[in-house]
Design a protein around this ligand. Structure first.
Ligand SMILES: Nc1nc2c(c(=O)[nH]1)N[C@H]1C(S)=C(S)[C@@H](COP(=O)(O)O)O[C@H]1N2
Ligand SMILES: [Mo]
Length: 404
């Protein structure tokens, strides 16, 4: 914890000093490369994630693991062993993965309430959804007021393919929902420690019923058994919404009149003014806005060779497809169209993009900005909010590169 907050302080100092862009990431990468002290501080992967590629991730804590900006790779799909991990509380025991098909989920707020095993769900329908999974706090490291929480830069996000049964097919199997319901509420399967008011810790999230349209209950990630770290045996996936709404190890799917009374619904994940704690009166963090960032070049310890450079990154549209992508070579003064490359995996996936540009020796501030089919654009500045959610400002995501 101490180490994280020190990095946070360094990052903030660098930012107020006017070195925007990669200042934070740079100090962290340099600290790791330079000091044996920092290297000794590098945390090991926690056991439930020991299959991850250690070189591709930053372990912030046992429950928060970030993909390095340089490790997204050049394929549109983020490899599972590089995908970020985020748990709000200790994940369930690995024992729940011994018989994944036997995992049970209760369904309520419907005409014929009942429970389903994963094996039963597998008979009801099948769909695969390529989508960006992104933590609400991705980009928090750049908020100048230093909100509490993990200091993610870009790596609490990945584009992955989840496979499972459409929620609508499950609803059809139980005769539809009861009248008057307003939310779909999912409960995580973590064990709540005895003696604690469950609402203060349980992961239970409500989303509007419109989210049902493309939601699935997933048992597969990138074509393989959904691992415990990512919510196996069963997880709800709400495409286009921030990560917290895709509840892992789901044990209860309810259609409800009210939002969950859990703290994680009522006061956390709320868009409140800086200095004001979140509450039910503030907007819930649900739908994601459009966002893009450059992944290459982005390594502050790497000098780029002068000449033709393939500037590349990812662009997501949020609730609709990313349809436009522009890159600036001079800190946002001038913009030019970049090209989408690689497969288009649908509205919820990100697109890779490239701009081939000639870079002269010196330092360059490279930025990208996107827009989606619905006409929403990626803004220059982050939208300030108390807990540092949904940062999509292109200025924060800009990279400063040295070309020699
Ligand atoms: N049951 C449960 N579901 C959860 C969480 C959790 O702590 N418990 N964390 C949420 C948050 S905040 C995020 S960003 C995503 C992260 O998904 P991942 O760990 O598969 O990357 O899971 C969400 N679903
Ligand atoms: Mo998150």
């Amino acid at each position: 914890m101490e180490e994280v907050s020190n990095i946070g302080r360094r990052r903030m100092l660098a930012t107020t000093g006017g070195v925007v862009a990669l200042a934070g990431l740079g100090s962290m990468a340099r600290a790791n490369a330079a000091g044996t002290a920092a290297a000794a501080d590098a945390k090991p992967l926690p056991p439930y994630t020991d299959w991850k590629d250690a070189d591709s991730v930053i372990v912030h804590s046992a429950n928060t693991i970030e993909t390095k900006r340089t490790a997204f790779g050049s394929g549109v799909v983020t490899p599972s062993d590089r995908l970020f991990v985020r748990n709000n509380l200790t994940p369930p025991s690995a024992d729940i993965m011994k018989d994944p098909d036997g995992w049970k989920m209760e369904v309520s707020g419907v005409k014929k309430p009942r429970s389903f095993t994963v094996a039963e769900l597998k008979t009801l329908g099948l769909n695969a959804v390529p989508m960006v999974l992104q933590c609400s706090g991705n980009g928090r490291a750049w908020f100048p007021h230093k909100p509490s929480g993990t200091q993610w830069t870009v790596g609490a996000a990945g584009c992955v393919i989840f496979t499972g049964v459409p929620v609508q097919a499950v609803l059809d199997a139980v005769g539809g929902m009861e009248d008057g319901m307003v939310y779909m509420t999912s409960t995580g399967g973590e064990e709540i420690p005895a003696g604690i008011d469950p609402t203060t810790v349980m992961v239970e999230r409500s989303v509007p019923l419109s989210a049902i349209k493309d939601a699935i209950l997933a048992w597969e990630l990138n074509g393989e058994q959904l691992p415990l770290a990512h919510g196996g045996p069963l997880r709800i996936i709400v495409p286009g919404y921030t990560g917290v709404n895709s509840v892992k190890y789901i044990k209860h799917l309810a259609f409800t009149k009210e939002q969950s009374p859990a703290k994680i619904q009522q006061t956390s994940y709320r868009f409140s003014p800086v200095g004001t704690p979140g509450g039910p009166q503030h907007d819930s963090i649900w739908e994601m806005p459009p966002k893009s960032w450059i992944n290459y070049p982005s390594d502050p310890d790497q000098t780029v060779k002068a000449g033709q450079v393939q500037i590349s990154g990812v662009a997501m549209g949020g609730m609709s497809a990313a349809t436009k992508i522009e890159v600036s070579l001079n800190g946002g003064k001038d913009w030019q169209a970049a090209q989408f490359v690689g497969p288009d995996l649908g509205p919820y996936a990100w697109r890779e993009f490239v701009l081939s540009a000639k870079l002269a020796p010196g330092t360059h501030e490279l930025a990208s900005r996107t827009a989606n089919e619905a006409g929403q654009t990626q803004p220059e500045e982050r939208a300030e909010n108390n807990r540092g959610y949904v940062n999509n400002g292109w200025r924060d995501h800009m990279v400063k590169v040295t070309v020699a």
